[in-house]
Write a protein that binds this ligand. Sequence first.
Ligand code: GN1
Ligand code: MG
Length: 362
Amino acid sequence: MDQQLLSIVDQFAIRGTVAEIKPLGEGLINDTLLVKTAEADAPNYVLQRVNTNVFPDVEMLMGNIRAVTRHIRRKLEAQGADDIDRKVLTFMPTKADPDRLYAIVDGSPWRMMIFIADAVTKQAVNPESSEAAGEAFGQFQAMLADIPEQLGETIKDFHNMEFRLEQLKEVIAADPVGRVQTVQTMIDELLSYADEMTLAERLGREGKLPKRICHCDTKVNNMMFDKQDRVLCVIDLDTVMPNFIFSDYGDFLRTAANFTAEDDPDLSKVGFNMEIFKAFTRGYLRSAASFLTPTERQLLPYAATLFPYMQSVRFLWDYLNGDKYWKCKYPEHNLDRARNQQQLFLSAMAHKPEMAAFIDEQ
Ligand code: GN1
Ligand code: MG
């Protein structure tokens, strides 16, 4: 077994003895490994190196995660829930300091958490699992509505549409790789919606829209299901931070309600799936109704259009900047992604009245 990995594992106060360490999952941001233990009654663990290029402030990041997981665990205990280790992530303390949930080894931060047994992740959803996901993400926000700690922004201005547009405008002005001219029509089209799409930031400044604790990466694959297709828990907590609730609602629909993958170059396949929208919204409203303000509720269709728009702006920014943020499999990959998301945005815009009518009926 890799001695270096073993010595990293040895920093943590875990149960059992290590039998095997192997790579896990397809995450693009952090390095993730599975640590299997020899004993049947000891859990297996996930070992992860945090990518400090994306998450520079590990102390803040792990402080957020500690506060969130502790708060959810207490709620579950108060509800008398069973099987709690499969319903909320458990991060392991270090041996040196039981209050610390990460160890720095050779300059890199590492952390360990209990591996959730007998669970699956999904890359795509059907209406049934969308409804369950909507309820689970609404529940996640609801449980965190009264968290006493002040959480930090692990990625500054992550879902700030004004900021994302500024970034795009800066790269257009600098044009570092000479790609601007080739996509001028697309730029004009996207920028023509800039005012409409920065509504949330304006309402926030006017005090009409609160920030709440959100997950901020509510993709289908950031949720674990049990064998009966019930949601167990929400994972990948690095981006949990205060934001407008639109983040979780809109970003889930961006991936789940697209008829195809976010990088499908065949735009005829892209479109906003109202069946998934309805199922997800039904589930979400069931658990989020308790805390949503009328403004938040009324703007859910806007949120469904905002996230494909923001993602199109972000992919186009990276394309014009020479593909530095997202890994690309071929030279125009980011441009295909940006076009795909723009198409999804337009399709969602066309469905806005139907979305609003559906929300009114709930
Ligand atoms: C990134 O790493 P992943 O795939 O979970 C990005 C999201 C984007 C997504 C688009 C920290 O998420 O915001 O929506 O790519 N995460 C970060 O595929 O930038
Ligand atoms: Mg992920």
